[in-house]
Design a protein around this ligand. Structure first.
Ligand SMILES: [Zn+2]
Length: 100
């Protein structure tokens, strides 16, 4: 499992700049959504099965999505930054309500 980077030492500006850089690395959404759907018929390996005589199991569908892993990695990093920024927002003291 990948170890998450500790972002707590970075200033807010650095976090925002890093997030902006990661957003630029994301492939266009249309490209991420593009993929291919493949129909497959399989054999299970049992010699007595009907598939051994040519009547294969299926259809089994496989969906492959372009750039999925790269986009996922960067989205996770962006989420980590957002989480850190939100954590700091919550730590800020609430503004006092003075007389209007
Ligand atoms: Zn079979």
């Amino acid at each position: 499992m990948k170890v998450r980077e500790d972002l707590s030492h970075l200033p807010v500006l650095a976090l925002r700049n890093r997030r902006q850089g990661l957003v630029k690395l994301l492939p266009p959404l249309a490209e991420v959504l593009r993929g291919s759907l493949m129909e497959r018929y399989l054999t299970c390996g049992h010699p007595e099965c009907k598939c051994a005589r040519g009547e294969r199991h299926g259809p089994v569908w496989y969906l492959t999505v372009n750039n999925y892993h790269r986009a996922k990695e960067n989205l996770e990093k962006i989420s980590d930054i957002n989480r850190e920024l939100l954590r700091r927002e919550r730590k800020k003291p609430k503004p006092e309500h003075g007389p209007a």
